[in-house]
Design a protein around this ligand. Sequence first.
Ligand code: NDP
Ligand code: 2IT
Length: 446
Amino acid sequence: MKYKSKKEFLDSVVDNYSDQKEFHQAVEEVIHSIWNTAANNEEYCKFNILDRIVVPDRIIIFRVPWMDDKNNVHVNLGYRIQFNSAIGPYKGGLRFHPSVNLGILKFLAFEQVFKNSLTGLNLGGGKGGSNFDPKGKSDKEIMSFCYAFMNELYRHIGRRTDIPAGDIGVGAKEIGFMFGQYKKIRNAFTGVLTGKGTNWGGSLIRPEATGYGLVYFVVEMMKTRKHSIKGKTVTVSGSGNVAQFACEKLIELGAKPVTLSDSSGFIHDPDGITQEKIEYVKKLKSVRSARISEYAKKYNVKYTKGKRPWSIKCDIALPCATENELNLDDAKELTGNGCYVVAEGANMPSTTDAVHHFINKKILYGPGKAANAGGVAISGIEMSQNSTRIPLSREKVDGLLKEIMQRVHRTCVKYGDKGDFINYVDGANIGGFVRVADSMIDQGIV
Ligand code: NDP
Ligand code: 2IT
């Protein structure tokens, strides 16, 4: 082993990438879990897997010039991080949000490597996006931006190379525009993106998959304590793709979601968010700048400005908005109020301190790379439907989603069972790592 201690290794990562704090956070969490596995394995040491696994295969950064409706010319930064392709072509979403920078995309791409490994499918890890802000933009401006983004991205992606999808700020509409431009430039109709419309190669259940899969994972976690999700009160943050479909599945299984949020505040509906109300949210949030405060006006419930929903008493909490949206104080408040299941629809929504608190309290805590793997898993199923050219039914895809989430859960238990509780963080990190590390060794020093 090249490093004398875990700390020495982590310090080297911080020194090399001093301004990428989210990336350090994600690496630190993984390294804590895998250290013993990596340090005690002769082959992993000989092939220097640790140093290699924290460096992306390549990072592409490019200029995205576009024109708004008033003929003003703007320039944004575009990124694609191709992190690791040991077990398959790069796969991961594109995020359009003003906060996007290299550190955030590196953390997301790094997490994606382990998440994709856990699905059991042949998917490598990648992520990309832009600091473009879709809020308040017209459809024409969104289209201009997506075309401009693809004018450069097309040369770096391909159905056997790198297959992007959606993430924050990138939904069906943006995927449509980017697919159209890729097809135009390449003159090829291929499954180069996932999350496509079902008329043109998309998979049924892909829009639902992250939220539904999250709830399937919660069901599996609760089974380990012989508990049922039925009748449980659930706080959910976010009100976008993941939050909406998590709520939908919760309602179907008889649980009671009571909150939703956005970057402006949260609503609390103590009677429970119903399917009818979710349909309203879907419509409301199809306009990117719409605010969840509208829900409070329409249904006459409380809206709290500038806060997140973690002060609300619940059995289960599902953070589904963004990174670091749940800190140590929130974690203490949640467990103090009796919450004993936390599962992450978002990527890295809990701060490091909050994660330690959940683990010390031995609650059922499902980290994002396991709990939200359903989205990318069904992206993988979309790719296989594009290859065979045979679309699958809703029931078939939903069945596969359930099966894959059960597989992810089994892997977490295999590597994270501590006897008196399951450490899902260790389980997900070690389970995800071993498959990638073994594959890297098989392929030599590349
Ligand atoms: P959407 O763009 O559909 O929705 C994002 C939601 O999160 C909105 O309610 C948004 O509010 C809120 N949000 C975004 N940024 C912030 C912020 N800085 N502070 C507070 N709230 C914020 O995205 P998704 O639902 O697709 O993604 C949500 C999370 O799930 C992300 O962490 C993403 O990486 C993760 N994820 C998504 C998958 C997918 O398939 N889509 C798969 C796996 C994980 P506002 O409108 O105010 O911006
Ligand atoms: O974070 C994620 O897993 C996603 N945004 C989905 C990636 C994908 O390729 O479907």
